[in-house]
Design a protein. Structure first.
Length: 100
């Protein structure tokens, strides 16, 4: 299968920024955030090459790739993969739902 185009929802971009900013402020350095960003980018690259790699979620169109403590929630829309959300798996799932 050919590598598909990746697009990000606004929510997913904000999730990533919030996560990376949290660690920069908590640690006083960007070192961990850079490593985490690389890890998430590698996960997204895997998704682009093999869109079915993620597990099916409770939502019919959404899949999730687990990378470390984070889930990359995405949908396959034809030749595009839409990154819907970056979710910290340690959070309470009731805090945020896809589509809300």
């Amino acid at each position: 299968m050919a590598k598909l185009k990746i697009e990000w929802s606004i929510e997913a971009r904000l999730d990533l920024i919030d996560i990376l900013d949290f660690y920069i402020h908590r640690n006083g350095t960007s070192l961990f955030s850079k490593k985490l960003y690389t890890q998430i980018k590698q996960g997204i690259s895997l998704i682009a090459k093999n869109p079915l790699i993620g597990v099916q979620t409770e939502f019919p169109d959404a899949r999730a790739l687990i990378t470390g403590d984070y889930q990359i929630i995405y949908e396959i829309k034809g030749t595009v993969i839409l990154i819907v959300m970056i979710w910290d798996s340690r959070r309470n799932p009731e805090d945020k739902r896809i589509g809300n």
